[in-house]
Write a protein that binds this ligand. Structure first.
Ligand code: B12
Ligand code: SF4
Length: 507
């Protein structure tokens, strides 16, 4: 039996289908027994649950022969480290395997950890099957592409990259292995929201992005009809009414977008996806109209900066004119755009911040519905040049215990990476700006602030917004704090804030 574990990455109320592990389980040969333990489900105690399962299987003809975890940078890493340690201590003979973005981007610290035996980098399905042959003693581990491990002399073997395959060459998510209903819950899109990923990778080359580091610059998409058929099953059998697409880049081009639109029309669902402003700015009105009728409610775009010079430095391949054009088109077609920006240009952080804040005002004037998402630049390992010409590995820990310290978690979540060029004043300026903007124009995502707080906030923010004065809005901050139904938390997914939910890792 193979045990697949999703260490806690979010609050139970934000749980989502554990797609990464569903993909690995689906690839296993017919007849292989496998289970997913999902730490994001309410009431889970992963160590206790895993132990119970392993012990129950120990005396059967099919004991647990591998424990595989998916590990993303950030809070999920914080959960994965103590859990892996505890499982290794208890079951030293069962191999522990890590897959997912953390080990793919930072293999060395994972291989330094004696409680992790194997690291799978990049796409996992085929590498995992070959690793099982290695574990059974039928294969030489150095022959497995995408595999990394610690050799007998302690050195690290990082195998060559695997050529990955597109979603149409892989099996569908095995929905029968999870309790679907427990994962469908209310979001701003609907009452029973689900998630889906219809493509792999991204063909662009933004020099701050972790996706191209892991998958290279290419994207393969699932046929629109197959996506629609999988969604139709969830709609028909489980009452799903809306979907967040996890794709890094949902529309390859206009033709692809139209195929998606046509295939989704009969589903009657609302959906959210990520797309590029250059692609969107080329869509005809007819295509926008089709997408809206097909249920597109919100589109997330990495706008990144209000300066063409900085966009070029990021190798973004987009322009500020395209961002402005998408703000206007989405308004016309009543689709909410979410624009995310990266603050902390290593060369001119102050000038770039001010410029981008002014640009956001222009966007808001064009489309008042626009939602703002802010990140602080965190250098991420790259294959080619890195935005800002910095070395993304300088100073990063070689030890997983250090990676899970709060400062490094803030680094991984892009919230507060403590970079030498990012003065605290600049960071405070961005946060104050965001507070004024989100008070003046409350976000659709803000379900925490009570109605009175939103009203008072709007009134208080009127003058600051009009005068472009974001200096220390003390009163606004107090109102905002007092009016929260639940404790405020910038990291909507997070569960690691001091005093917030306790870290739910059984260790
Ligand atoms: C779902 C998701 C989340 C969920 C996690 C849900 C969960 N795991 O329970 C939530 C919403 C919590 C989340 C949060 C964050 N995320 Co996230 N997330 C994603 C997202 C959108 C989809 C991942 C997914 O499930 N895809 C579907 C599956 C099938 O694909 P996959 O995960 O790539 O899995 C394949 C391989 O990676 C590998 N693999 C993965 N796991 C395993 C395990 C084993 C055992 C094996 C063998 C192989 C394997 O094989 C799989 C099949 O081929 C990706 C973007 C993307 N499209 O990849 C970002 C992404 C992974 N997230 C990212 C980040 C940064 C974060 C945050 C830190 C962001 C933030 N500021 O808060 C947070 C914090 C994470 C945390 N809380 O620990 C980055 C990681 C890269 C990077 N820059 O470091 C990504 C790539 C987004 C991005 N474009 O930057 N995230
Ligand atoms: S478009 Fe998005 S996913 Fe693609 S490389 Fe740029 S930031 Fe990464």
């Amino acid at each position: 039996m193979i045990l697949l574990i999703n260490p806690r990455a979010t609050r139970p109320k934000n749980r989502r289908f554990p797609l990464s592990l569903m993909a690995i389980g689906a690839a296993l040969p017919e007849g292989t027994d496998w289970e997913i333990l999902d730490g994001n489900l309410p009431g889970m105690d992963l160590l206790a649950d895993a132990t119970a399962m392993i012990d129950a299987r120990a005396a059967t003809p099919d004991p647990v022969r591998a424990i595989a975890l998916t590990v993303m940078p950030g809070p999920q890493l914080v959960s994965a480290v103590p859990l892996s340690k505890a499982l290794k201590t208890r079951y030293p003979d069962i191999p522990i395997i890590w897959g997912g973005y953390f080990g793919s981007l930072y293999p060395a610290p994972v291989l330094n950890a004696p409680y992790v035996d194997w690291v799978i980098r990049g796409q996992g399905e085929h590498t995992f099957l070959e690793l099982l042959e290695v574990i059974e003693g039928r294969r030489d581990p150095t022959s497995v592409k995408g595999l990394a491990f610690r050799q007998a002399d302690g050195t690290h073997w990082i195998g060559p990259e695997r050529n990955w395959v597109g979603p149409d060459e892989l099996r569908d998510p095995p929905f029968h292995k999870i309790h679907i209903g427990t994962y469908l819950h209310p979001t701003i899109l609907g009452r029973r929201s689900g998630v889906y990923q219809a493509s792999i990778g991204c063909p662009f080359g933004c020099s701050f992005c972790g996706v191209i580091s892991v998958f290279g610059r290419k994207e393969k998409v699932q046929a629109a009809d197959r996506v629609a058929a999988n969604l139709a099953f969830l709609v028909r059998e489980h009452g799903m009414d809306s979907v967040h697409f996890y794709d890094n880049n949902f529309f390859l081009n206009e033709k692809h977008a139209r195929a998606i639109g046509e295939a989704f029309l009969p589903l009657g669902i609302s959906w959210w996806c990520e797309a590029r402003v250059d692609t969107l700015s080329r869509f005809s009105d007819d295509t926008w109209d089709l997408l809206r009728r097909a249920g597109l409610k919100m589109v997330f775009c990495g706008a990144e900066s209000g300066s063409d010079e900085v966009l070029a430095k990021m190798s973004k391949g987009t322009t500020t004119d395209q961002i402005l054009a998408v703000a206007a088109k989405t308004r016309e077609h009543r689709i909410i755009p979410e624009f995310s920006f990266v603050f902390g240009d290593p060369d001119e952080p102050e000038r770039e911040t001010d410029n981008t804040l002014r640009f956001i005002r222009r966007l808001k004037a064009i489309n008042p519905e626009m939602e703002l998402i802010t990140y602080f630049y965190t250098p991420t390992p790259q294959r080619a040049a890195t935005y800002g010409d910095v070395d993304p590995l300088t100073g990063t820990p070689t030890d997983l215990d250090e990676w899970i310290q709060p400062d490094w978690v803030s680094w991984m979540t892009h919230e507060d990476p403590h970079l030498p060029w990012m003065d605290r004043r600049i960071k405070a300026r961005v946060e104050n700006f965001e507070l004024v903007l989100k008070s003046r124009f409350p976000s659709v995502h803000d379900g925490r602030t009570r109605a009175w707080g939103k009203l008072v906030g709007r009134i208080l923010a009127l003058r600051s917004w009009a005068r472009e004065d974001y200096r220390n809005p003390v009163l606004l901050r107090s109102v905002h704090r007092l009016a929260q139904r639940t404790r405020d938390d910038r990291q909507a997914y997070g569960h690691l804030r001091q005093g917030a939910d306790a870290l739910d890792v059984a260790a």
